[in-house]
Every structure is written in structure tokens, then in C-alpha cells.
Design a protein around this ligand. Structure first.
Ligand code: NAD
Length: 365
């Protein structure tokens, strides 16, 4: 029997990992599969110059495998720059599990995933992301020590989301200082898109400060619960990207700043928790700058969670976690000032600072 060889051009057009624009010099990408539990996961290790690659595991019903791969690569790369700019001795990594966390996440699947994490021998350390709970990390901990974000009862630092929210709040206040000359958010109108673990906690900080909070989520029950708890208002317009607010806080999934949305924004500031908010970092970063919208780079202001889980590895306490998270205010302000001074986007300014730290460590190794 003869087989027709696939010519290399056809092959690369059909599927490319190294050529994927999100690949961006990843050190290692691991595809994990287990037929018995139905596990299909991808672990991305982007860079380990500063330390082991730490980043959460996301479980999501991706439309296809290519979408899952692109997501893990973009998220893992983001972790490299997040830890670098935050001054942590950590590299960047992330994992995705393909599937619906509500219906397909079983203890067996999580433990099998943990085995794959363990095989990497500490090159990658996991934690929670979308679709994961502290209890899942506790389960992973029964299989491997290479996990953070475990519960306080089990000796961990607990759920990182409230700290992430506090960091986002700090970054948002710094952006307000830059844009409005005052960090006080009292009477500012803020739209929080996605009121999950982080979003809800952000709503709490905002309402405590007297901001007018609008909320949006695809989960109606959460919307009503959060509205009632914090006296927030459910956003009722057709297109939330057109909302007449001072600040837009994306706290659901990434890439909400894209060709379709960018022309609609009325907000003067964008500051939220979601990872990879800019669909195209360079292009959309530049468009925001042209429009005079102050963008607090996601990987700078959503670092509270990684600061919290890093405490588990470095054994520092709550007071240090809070202090390091409050530093996000100064870092954000410096980045926004640098962006103006050097006439580059805020994303580029943050990226440059992070890259300089990685390069310096590389030279000294
Ligand atoms: P979560 O799953 O608890 O919350 C996400 C919320 O967004 C849910 O309520 C969901 O219903 C809602 N949502 C999904 N699609 C939506 C849409 N199209 N419009 C409106 N709402 C929508 O997740 P989380 O832990 O709160 O994380 C939120 C974001 O912050 C994610 O992008 C995550 O990667 C990022 N992040 C989280 C942490 C952390 O500590 N949890 C740290 C850094 C970054």
C-alpha cells in the first residue's frame, strides 16, 4: 500500500504549534490525555528564567482544540510578565482542561491532571483559575506538592480571588489618580463585567468607597444576589461596551477590547481582572492610547492572586501579602507615567519593565 506524503506547506497550513503567534518562545507545551477520566489538558510553560512556572488551571468548554491551545499559550506568556513586573521569583505557566467545569469535572479527572503536573517535577506549579475552586487544589495536593491556592485548613493561603480584587482596586485607583487627578472613586461610575470570584469582591470595595457600581454577568442568579448585597445596579443597556461610565472593569474572560468593541467605549479608564483583555496587544493598546483611554495593564493590576499563592511557597504572612498587593498602586502609576513620558502604550511600558527584569536575571545566571 502506498501513502501520499503530506507536503510540508500543507502540513504547516493545517496545524502549527511553533508557528502559532501566541507560542512566543514557550519553553515547553505538554498535551495530556486520559481516556478513562476523559481528561484533555494542555500545560504551557512559557519561561522559567526567574523561577518555576506558576499559573492557574482553567477549565472551559472551548469551541475547539486550537482555541484551547491559543488560550493556554496567551495565558502562560501573560504569567511570565505578571510575575516579573510584580518582582516575584517565578516564571510563567498555565494549564487548561478542555470541558465544562460544572458537568465534567470529577475527582478522578482532577487527580489524573495532578499526575501530569507531578511528572513535570516542579517546572510547572498550578493554582486556581476559571472553573476551579480551592477544594480542587486541595485534591490536586493529595497527588502532587506542585500546587498552590490550597485551603487555609490544609496549610495554604486560601482563595486568591479577594486579594486579586484588592489589587485590581489598587490599580484602578492609580489609573483614576492618573486620569482624574484623584484616586478617590467616590461617585465615579464603574461597570464591572463578570461578577464571579474576583468581580464580586471588587464590587464590594467599590461600593465601600461610594462608587456607583453597574454590574453585568451571564449568570442571572449571581446578578440578583450581588445587586441585593451591595446595592449595585444591573446594567440594562443593549451594548455594555457603550455604557456611559467613567471606568470599565472587565472581570469575565479576555479579549473584550477588540475591533468590534473599541470604537464604542465611553469609559475614560479600563481597569479589570480579566487576563489578556486586549485582543491584539499592540494594535488595540495603540487604539486605546489614541482615544485617550487610560488602560491599566491587566497583568500589572491582577497580580494579587499570584502574590497570595506565592506566599505559600515563600512562607510569608498576610501582612506581607497585603503590602505587596498595595504596591500595585505605585507600579500602575509608574507604568502610566512612563507610557506618557515615552509615548508608548501602557501595555508596552509594563512589558518593557518586566522584560528588563528577565533579561537582567538571564545575564546574571
Ligand atoms: P469566575 O469564573 O469566578 O467569574 C467569571 C464570571 O464572569 C462568572 O460569574 C461568569 O458568569 C461571568 N461571565 C462569563 N462570561 C461573561 C460575559 N460574556 N459577560 C458577562 N459575564 C460573563 O472567575 P474569576 O476567578 O472571578 O476570574 C475572573 C477573571 O479574572 C478571569 O479572566 C481570570 O482569568 C482573571 N483572574 C482571576 C484571578 C483570581 O484570583 N481568581 C487572578 C488573576 C486573573
Amino acid at each position: 500500500m502506498t501513502t501520499t506524503p503530506i507536503d510540508s506547506k500543507t502540513q504547516s497550513a493545517a496545524f502549527s504549534v511553533f508557528g502559532n503567534t501566541a507560542f512566543d518562545n514557550h519553553e515547553q507545551v505538554v498535551f495530556c490525555q486520559d481516556k478513562d477520566t476523559g481528561l484533555k489538558a494542555i500545560i504551557g510553560v512559557h519561561n522559567t528564567v526567574l523561577g518555576p512556572a506558576l499559573g492557574g488551571t482553567r477549565m472551559w468548554s472551548y469551541a475547539n482544540e486550537s482555541e484551547a491551545l491559543t488560550d493556554v499559550l496567551r495565558l502562560s506568556r501573560g504569567m511570565t510578565y505578571k510575575s516579573a513586573i510584580t518582582g516575584l521569583n517565578l516564571g510563567g505557566g498555565k494549564a487548561v482542561i478542555i470541558g465544562d467545569a460544572k458537568t465534567q469535572k470529577t475527582p478522578e479527572l482532577m487527580m489524573k491532571f495532578a499526575e501530569f503536573v507531578h511528572r513535570l517535577g516542579g517546572t510547572y506549579i498550578t493554582a486556581e483559575d476559571v472553573g476551579m475552586e480551592t477544594a480542587d487544589m486541595d485534591l490536586v495536593r493529595t497527588v502532587t506538592p506542585y500546587v498552590t491556592g490550597i485551603s487555609e485548613e490544609k496549610g495554604g493561603a486560601g482563595n486568591p480571588s479577594p486579594i486579586t480584587a484588592y489589587g485590581v482596586f489598587m490599580g484602578m485607583k492609580a489609573a483614576a489618580q492618573h486620569a482624574f487627578g484623584s484616586a478617590l472613586l467616590e461617585d465615579r461610575t464603574v461597570l464591572v463585567q463578570g461578577i464571579g470570584h474576583v468581580g464580586e469582591s471588587l464590587v464590594e470595595h467599590l461600593s465601600n468607597e461610594g462608587a456607583k457600581v453597574l454590574i453585568s454577568d451571564i449568570n442571572q442568579e449571581r446578578l440578583q444576589a450581588v445587586r441585593d448585597k451591595y446595592h449595585a445596579t444591573i446594567y440594562a443597556g443593549d451594548n455594555l461596551y457603550e455604557a456611559p461610565v467613567d471606568i470599565y472593569a472587565p472581570c469575565a474572560l479576555g479579549a473584550t477590547i477588540n475591533d468590534e468593541t473599541i470604537g464604542h467605549f465611553k469609559a475614560k479608564i479600563i481597569a479589570g481582572a480579566a487576563n489578556n483583555q486586549l485582543a491584539d496587544e499592540k494594535h488595540h493598546g495603540a487604539m486605546l492610547k489614541e482615544r485617550g483611554i487610560v488602560y491599566a495593564p491587566d497583568f500589572v493590576i491582577n497580580a494579587g492572586g499570584i502574590i497570595n499563592v506565592y506566599a505559600e511557597l515563600e512562607h510569608y504572612g498576610r501582612a506581607d501579602v497585603i503590602r505587596k498587593t498595595e504596591n500595585i498602586f505605585d507600579t500602575t502609576l509608574e507604568i502610566l507615567q512612563m507610557s506618557d513620558r515615552e509615548d508608548i502604550t501602557s501595555h508596552q511600558a509594563a512589558f518593557n519593565v518586566a522584560q528588563q527584569r528577565i533579561d537582567a536575571r538571564k545575564r546574571s545566571n
